[in-house]
Design a protein around this ligand. Structure first.
Ligand code: URA
Length: 207
């Protein structure tokens, strides 16, 4: 299984807080934003740098800056929205696209109901979705981006089931998956076990 589990102590501590059923929406949202920033720090490690000449109050020097690489953040609606601000805190110039998918009750396959993306030319994309369960929606979201000609795609999730990781590995072996936790399995209702419940409901305080 190809997946990078980000096991920094701060990430692990915060995921444990998020899992607890007593954690309310406000804390859940804040923790998700914090974890997204911690994960985003690692995920953006390969951003190319270039030299830039600047002047400090004391002297001229050559510093480093990110070399204009364009980035797109794409939350899968609706739970993915909870990871957008964390990424924007790190990369304020990133553009944000949105993908909405629902599951066809007959075929159980994801169907696109919304897709709005920024200019895709020379842009690297990170798809964000807290829960990688069956992998059906994440795989469909990746296909959607690939069909627009996007080549460099990463998938960033909070909690994954092995089933979801395997599905992405099979459908999109070129896409790297980053997670904060790899859990045991899916239950018969499609929830990740032990997981944290319905991420969208916990972010937005719905039932
Ligand atoms: N989506 C969720 O929000 N939680 C799960 O456990 C699985 C899918």
């Amino acid at each position: 299984m190809q997946v990078q589990v980000m096991n920094h102590p701060l990430i692990q501590h915060k995921v444990t807080l998020m899992r607890q059923k007593e954690t309310g929406s406000k804390d859940f949202r804040n923790l998700l934003e914090e974890i997204t920033m911690l994960m985003g720090y690692e995920i953006t490690r390969d951003l190319p740098l270039e030299d830039v000449v600047i002047e400090t109050p004391i002297a001229k020097m050559t510093g480093k800056q990110i070399s204009g690489k364009k980035m797109g953040i794409v939350p899968v609606l609706r739970a993915g929205l909870g990871m957008v601000q964390g990424m924007l805190n790190l990369v304020p110039t990133a553009k944000v696209g949105h993908i909405g998918l629902y599951r066809d009750p007959q075929t159980l396959e994801p169907v696109e109901y919304y897709c709005k993306l920024p200019d895709v030319v020379d842009r690297d994309f990170i798809i964000v979705d807290p829960m990688l369960a069956t992998g059906g929606s994440a795989s469909a979201a990746i296909t959607l981006l690939k069909n627009k000609g996007i080549e460099n795609i990463k998938l960033m999730c909070l909690v994954a089931a092995p089933e979801g990781v395997q599905r992405i590995n099979k459908d999109h072996p070129d896409v790297r998956i980053y997670v904060a936790a790899l859990d045991d399995k899916l239950n018969e209702h499609g929830y990740i076990v032990p997981g944290l419940g319905d991420a969208g409901d916990r972010i937005f305080g719905t039932k």
